[in-house]
Design a protein around this ligand. Structure first.
Ligand code: NAI
Ligand code: MG
Length: 495
């Protein structure tokens, strides 16, 4: 598969090498299998990527194992690993535009958003490069005849399975800490979005990452992903995606070699809006929290609990804004929303909207795909939703807001309703009464709680779920701990 380029709206986009990346080389699948890659803005097939079968996953694991055991990475000084990660970050910045073009081509997000994502990728890799040398153990107060210390050691070979909503950024969130800690990795991008990480593979060679430290196997989850989850020689699997797939991965991990697992899964995040909130800020946040990234965000604020007193005017304004959102060709300037990632996702999202209507919700705007090529689904608002409807229980992962009315006769009943979900990824509360905000914030069962703000992220702030939103944390120093295990080392101190 030689280098090719595609032309979208007269923009030439150079495609990366679409083979597998194993041991520092691009290589086709042994079987020669490929799968098609589609641009969701036009429904056209733009490339074919090598499709890794279990035997290819074996090859990647061998390369990663060999690199790990050689010590070239795991025993290099943390400064050296950090330096190479920073170099990779610099190269990502240098190739910001080509990477962002690939991201939009693959995922359909507006090009301006893709640029923002890729900038965050560089920051993330640099951050973990910088904190690589802060991975420290302790010395412990044991009896005087001994010295006892703990070491934080890498697991070994890590399988990273990531989704399609922020392809390169989700890769960076896992690659950064996994590599900083000295592991070697096999990354499986989502089958919808294989391209940008392949470009990252090219850059990783240029940065000087030793061969076998970073490997990529593209392919479908049921084959390539499953081969990773059940592989007997992978020490840890880190996953971001749906709860259903997270359960399969955990099962496969248990049944194979009890590899360590961390899971960042779906959400059904509540936003609780009181009448005394700063409503302008809240409107901005609620809107962005459900419509940014075409609504394909795990921590999207998909259930808006709006107080009776302000619900009508608030929802009216929000609906008007939804109607004026500029949806269209993601490469065009000024576009705010692109297509959903795939026809499958479009059907899933639309199916949820239909089910909500059947169960008694009122459609205020949206609710039909746009009449054009590409998987465009407009911002959709559903009113009169109750928390027991399917739309309020299952992750939609699209630009669909469900509005649930409440009044605050009993504060605890709104907290109970917000917590009445299998998920627990994030939650937001808007009220100027800080006593109330904190009272609720401490009682929400979610891994991230935003008070009078929402969708806030920072590299230093851990991110992850309660309940069926998974376990383990991305970002911050906590993520380093997800990729290290503790060795307790005893030494005699008596002649
Ligand atoms: P998915 O969870 O099936 O896919 C995510 C990743 O897992 C992909 O790389 C996929 O190839 C891989 N995978 C799938 N089956 C696997 C298996 N048996 N073993 C190992 N890896 C496997 O998500 P999908 O099917 O793309 O989307 C379905 C729904 O999942 C979405 O509508 C959304 O609700 C949710 N989702 C949530 C995400 C999040 O960030 N929390 C991201 C993507 C999807
Ligand atoms: Mg799936």
């Amino acid at each position: 598969m030689a280098k090719q380029s595609v032309s979208i709206n007269n923009i030439d986009i150079e495609l990366p090498n679409c083979n597998l990346f194993i041991g520092g080389e691009f290589t086709p699948a042994l079987s020669g299998a490929t799968f098609p890659v589609e641009y969701p803005g036009s429904e056209e097939t733009i490339a074919h990527a090598a499709y890794a079968q279990p035997e290819d996953v074996d090859r990647a694991v061998s390369a990663a194992r060999q690199a790990f055991e050689s010590g070239i990475w795991s025993r290099a000084s943390a400064h050296k690993r950090g330096y190479l990660l920073s170099r990779l970050a610099d190269l990502v910045e240098k190739h910001l535009e080509p990477l962002a073009r690939l991201e939009t081509l693959d995922n359909g997000k507006p090009y301006s958003s893709a640029l923002g994502d890729i900038r965050s990728v560089a920051f993330c890799l640099r951050y973990y490069g910088q904190i690589a040398s802060t991975i420290e153990g302790e010395s412990l107060p044991v009896n005087d005849d001994h010295l006892c210390v703990t070491l934080r050691e890498p697991y070994g070979v890590c399988g990273l399975i990531i989704p399609w909503n922020y392809p390169l950024l989700m890769a960076a969130w896992k690659l950064g800490p996994a590599l900083a800690a000295g592991n070697t990795v096999i990354l499986k991008p989502a089958e919808q979005t294989p391209l940008s990480v392949l470009k990252l593979a090219e850059l990783s060679r240029e940065a000087g990452l030793p061969p076998g430290v970073f490997n990529i196997v593209n392919g479908y989850g049921e084959v390539t992903g499953a081969a990773i989850a059940s592989h007997p020689d992978i020490d840890k699997v880190a996953f971001t995606g749906s709860t259903a797939t997270g359960k399969l991965i955990m099962q496969a991990a248990a049944q194979s070699n009890l590899k360590r697992v961390s899971l960042e899964l779906g959400g059904k995040s509540p936003v609780i809006l009181f009448p005394d909130a700063k409503l302008d800020t809240a409107l901005e946040d609620v809107f962005g929290g459900i419509y940014d990234n075409q609504g394909q965000i795990c921590c999207a604020g998909s259930r808006l609990f709006a107080h009776k007193k302000i619900k009508e005017p608030f929802v009216e304004q929000l609906t008007a804004r939804a109607q004026s959102r500029v949806v269209g060709d993601p490469f065009e300037e000024g576009i705010e929303q692109g297509p959903l990632v795939s026809s499958e996702q479009l059907e899933r999202v639309h199916g949820y909207v239909e089910s909500a209507k059947q169960q008694g919700a009122r459609l205020l705007t949206g609710g039909e795909r746009l009449n054009r090529k590409g998987y465009f689904y407009p911002p959709t608002v559903l009113d009169q939703v109750s928390n027991s409807m399917t739309i309020a229980r299952e992750e939609v992962f699209g630009p669909v807001l469900s509005v649930i009315e409440f009044d605050d006769h009993a504060l605890d009943s709104i907290i109970a309703a917000a917590n009445d979900t299998d998920y627990g990824l994030a939650a937001a509360v808007y009220t100027q009464d800080m006593d109330r905000a904190l009272y609720i914030g401490k009682r929400l069962k979610a891994g991230v709680v935003w008070l009078n703000c929402s969708q806030k992220f920072d590299l230093v702030a851990p991110f992850g779920g309660y309940k069926q939103s998974g376990f383990g944390r991305d970002l911050g120093r906590h993520a380093l701990h997800e990729y290290t295990q503790i060795k307790t080392l005893w030494m005699r101190a008596k002649p």
